[in-house]
Design a protein around this ligand. Sequence first.
Ligand SMILES: *Cc1c(COP(=O)(O)O)cnc(C)c1O
Length: 458
Amino acid sequence: MKIVDEDLLSRAKAHAIEFLRSLPERHVGARADRNELREALAEAFPETGEPPEHVIETLARQAPRGTLASAGPRYFGFVIGGSLPVALAADWLVTAWDQNSGIFATSPLASVVEEIAREWLLDVLDLPREASVGFVTGGQMANFTALAAARHAVLRRAGWNVEDDGLAGAPAVNIVAGAEAHVTIHTSLRMLGFGSRTLRAVENDEQGRMRPSALRAMLGKLEGPTIVCAQAGNVNTGAVDPLREIAAIAHEHGAWMHVDGAFGLWGRASRDRRSLLDGAELADSWATDAHKWLNVPFDSGIVIVADSASHRASMTVTAAYLEQTTGAERDSVDWVPDFSRRGRGFAVYAALRTLGRRGVEDLVDRCCAHARRFAAILGRDPRVTILNEVVLNQVLVRFGDDDALTREVIALVQREGTCWLAGTTWHGMAAMRISVSNWSTTEEDVERSAVAILGCIP
Ligand SMILES: *Cc1c(COP(=O)(O)O)cnc(C)c1O
């Protein structure tokens, strides 16, 4: 193998560009099933290996069949962003540089870039400027890390050192969250040793927002260390909990307040959405994603903790060989569960520097406007009901007030291929969920998709 295989890298680049070029017009769904993909790719583990260009060609040939055009403009499934060109380019460089971004000593550049990205994030999201930030794999690990910091803080206040002594024999911790907390909150509780069943669900309103009166009643009955998980951006409706009220109630009861804002927290960057997220700055920790609404490639979540000492205490590692710096430098092992890791901050830095404050705001506002347009066009049809107040980028659509028909339309839309979106169940009703999270979606994409969706109603 060559040290620098220019031909191989050029082929990979050509495939990448061909793929990106195809995004706006290709069938948005995948075309091959599991068996077909195995047929094309599986064979007995090769004894002697194959030329690298053959391997790359083999993989690239399956991209049009086995991928979704989720990086493209008419993919509205789940909550999935695409990649800004600059974020993709930065991510290519990260792969080429192959830096272990765990500590300053193994990559000064990664460390400094994450230091700056931290400052910009706190600025654009307008969160406490002294907060600590960790660049993690996604919203799941952002929630996990924030709740690990919360676990440290509430138990320390109760006189218990959970990092040294574990949870056996520790004071019980009350975990409180809205009734529609994201599943990754449950998983985090599992991984943190609390168990998902300890979660006490607070009643929500009809849009999926936590009811402050119900929270107040619940906290009034609880004693001891308590963590409250609020949500900014319900995955179905986009609704945001009344954060200012929740913060006041949580702090009155001495509880730690965490905000899962995987996509919704980005609403803070928009002057139009800002009031919806009022009070978010009062929380103790936040989880958000860069790979959703900021449109950087996958593997990019962000955890933010106001009490940086608790954040560090819950994550940091000590090993004699790590003590390589003066103390001013940022070692990412202090803020994330990973040890060796990819330089996740580069793509975030590149996206933020390219967009600037107005660019991030415009990205958020544009997606919200597209969501409202979807609701307006689809809602005009008598067979359609829009189930939610469209406050952010999420729209819930139901057809003929009928579960079976709604599921059928979703399946037909996926097969038709103009756009792609998925189904959900909202308050016992089947619904189509539209999430507009891609930087490249245009008004025309929305109109074309709406027409295609209406055309799929049998
Ligand atoms: C997507 C999402 C998560 C999980 O984030 P990942 O990046 O997929 O791990 C958590 N909470 C909410 C509200 C989300 O939308």
